[in-house]
Design a protein around this ligand. Structure first.
Ligand SMILES: NC(=O)c1ccc[n+]([C@@H]2O[C@H](COP(=O)([O-])OP(=O)(O)OC[C@H]3O[C@@H](n4cnc5c(N)ncnc54)[C@H](OP(=O)(O)O)[C@@H]3O)[C@@H](O)[C@H]2O)c1
Length: 279
């Protein structure tokens, strides 16, 4: 298949391009330097010149805290950008995978969230990603919506890299312990997206590495596996002020993946260990 990948220089997009190529597909990578997805006519021309079978849409405005003060640009990229991609995919009868986020849910419960759970985004980024899902669905029939969380990968900034940097600079860190979810290795998620794109099992999916932890648990494990001695103190979200509000519960149920016969991802501990070895 010939598959356009937006956000191809980002964490997930770069791994998606590698995974597609290694499976014998033709990946057409694009990022903001080549194609600004907020420009609808440029997006349409790009599709016209490549005539893809599918698009895996990884491009997004992803700076969650900054989005609270840069609402317009976050909205433009995530909503208008996604709509432009969906319109072009539909025009060329291409399948589309739209990557979304746990931040659309905004739940305080402690049970795993099903895809049918009501959306309740607590921050602007989450709101734009939820609106993006609806815009993609409005235009594109051959659509997979994949909600993921806490992504780490080789290309780009993420929590693991931040902890490794801080762990070398400081002996003591405070990390939030009352937000629980699943870290997700972009390499593993990319493999699942490759499994999906060759099927017609369209729909909405939660997809993360298996198992749940808090950011505190995640940090402790990063330091254990990296042989860094850091005293990590658990703190609550109230004690650790961040600009954007984040949900306490990001545990995502994988029932929809199971029901459609897609394989779940490996455990987050296994993924973290492979990521650190590859760094
Ligand atoms: N990171 C997470 O923890 C997380 C969690 C849940 C869901 N997600 C979702 O997963 C997907 C991939 O995330 P990621 O971590 O791989 O993000 P990322 O590393 O930030 O990559 C996103 C890419 O999109 C590009 N981009 C931004 N604006 C664009 C525009 N107007 N036109 C074209 N490209 C543009 C970015 O370029 P610049 O870097 O130059 O801006 C970047 O290369 C996104 O949909 C994100 O919302 C991520």
């Amino acid at each position: 298949m010939k598959i356009i990948v937006t956000g191809a220089k980002g964490q997930l997009g770069s791994d998606v391009c590698d995974a597609l190529t290694s499976r014998g597909h033709i990946a057409v990578p694009t990022d903001i330097d080549k194609l600004d997805i907020t420009n609808g006519s440029s997006v349409m021309s790009f599709f016209e010149s490549h005539i893809p079978d599918a698009v895996i849409h990884c491009a997004a405005y992803t700076a969650v805290d900054k989005a609270e003060t840069e609402k317009d640009i976050c909205t433009l990229v995530n909503e208008k950008g996604t709509e432009n991609v969906a319109i072009a995919a539909s025009r060329y009868n291409a399948k589309m995978i739209c990557i979304s986020t746990d931040y659309i849910y905004g739940s305080d419960s402690s049970s795993p969230l099903e895809i049918t759970q009501n959306a309740n985004p607590l921050n602007h980024y989450g709101l734009t990603k939820y609106n993006a899902e609806k815009l993609a669905a409005k235009h594109c029939d051959k659509l997979f919506i994949v909600r993921t969380s806490w992504v780490f990968g080789n290309n780009g900034a993420n929590f693991v890299k931040t902890m490794l940097r801080l762990g070398k600079e400081k002996n003591e860190l405070h990390v939030v312990c009352d937000q629980v979810g699943s870290p997700t290795y972009s390499y593993d998620l990319a493999e699942l997206l490759c499994d999906m794109i060759v099927t017609d099992r369209y729909g909405t999916y939660n997809a993360t590495n298996e198992g749940f932890c808090s950011w505190y648990d995640f940090a402790v494990r990063i330091f254990e596996l990296s042989d860094l001695t850091v005293n990590v103190t658990p703190v609550t979200s109230d004690e650790y002020a961040s600009i954007a509000v984040r949900p306490k519960n990001s545990r995502l149920s994988k029932a929809s993946l199971d029901a459609s016969g897609f394989c779940r991802l490996p455990s987050w501990e296994d993924a973290l260990s492979r990521f650190l070895s590859a760094l």
